[in-house]
Write a protein that binds this ligand. Structure first.
Ligand code: BTN
Length: 258
């Protein structure tokens, strides 16, 4: 059997979720699942709809980066329509869903690098991109894009091998992309049900953050902040204690663990 298989029917078979993944649209190849999901959302797709691609030809990452998305990876976007008050929790929900989904399926123990990279050891296994459509203070939809390195042999990609890893490299075997997708959707659905108690998500997220307590460097435009990552606020912002004792609040940018 092909372990790299990605099959929407397999993912949906008796899927124990309230609503996430009840509709899954699969494309063998897409530019980006973000664009396809946005279109579906604008056409009225129901919350929980998932767009998944066998590969992406123009995958995109945070901060205008490109996201490398070959056929061994898992690239998908989930359309959600939460209450606008839950917006700060979406980063937590997405990164925890990946962390728990990977852990329950494989036994690996991923951790989260603030705000939403998922690492195994010091290497990135998953990136998350969140795009919102908010008009006149009304949240129309949010799209959570997840790119997970499932069956990639990083030694073949020396340009990212130093910073990235994959499930297959970690486990020295291939993993079914359908099973990974299913596992992440199940965890996301559970976490979504916990949103009315947002502090539970915040607590779980804090416990999974590898960043807290570490010396970090953050680049925000021309400004560089360095210091100790001390805590996160209830909105998910990172508090950094600088050498001179000042505490700065970072909303969402890129943090280097020093
Ligand atoms: C990052 O780490 O910068 C975020 C990467 C997000 C990649 C995913 S793959 C599925 C979805 N489609 C995209 O084009 N990007 C996201």
């Amino acid at each position: 059997m092909d372990n790299n298989i990605l099959n929407a029917e397999m993912v949906q078979n008796e899927l124990p979720t309230r609503f996430i993944g009840h509709k899954i649209i699969y494309y063998p190849s897409l530019n980006s699942t973000m664009d396809a999901a946005k279109k579906e959302a604008q056409w009225g797709a129901e919350a929980g709809t998932v767009i998944v691609a066998g590969e992406q030809t123009a995958g995109r990452g945070r901060l205008q980066r490109t996201w490398f998305s070959p056929a061994g990876g898992l690239a998908f976007s989930v359309i959600l329509r939460p209450n606008i008050n839950y917006l700060p929790y979406m980063i937590m929900l997405a990164s925890l869903a990946v962390t728990y989904g990977v852990r329950s399926l494989t036994g690996l123990k991923p951790q989260i690098k603030w705000p939403n990279d998922v690492l195994i050891g010091e290497k990135k296994i998953c990136g998350i991109l969140i795009e919102n459509d908010i008009r006149k203070n009304i949240l129309r939809h949010i799209v959570i894009g997840i790119g997970l390195n499932v069956n990639l042999q990083l030694s073949q990609f020396p340009e990212i091998a130093g910073i990235a890893t994959s499930l297959s490299d970690q486990l020295t075997r291939q993993v079914s992309r359908s099973e990974v997708l299913r596992s992440v959707l199940v965890e996301m659905d559970k976490l979504y049900s916990a949103l009315p108690n947002g502090e539970i998500l915040l607590h779980q997220w804090k416990n999974s953050l590898v960043t807290l307590g570490q010396q970090v460097q953050v680049n925000m435009g021309d400004q560089i902040y360095t210091g100790r990552a001390e805590s996160v606020t209830e909105n998910g912002a990172l508090m950094i204690r600088q050498k001179d004792g000042h505490l700065v609040q970072i909303i969402a940018d890129d943090v280097m663990l020093k």
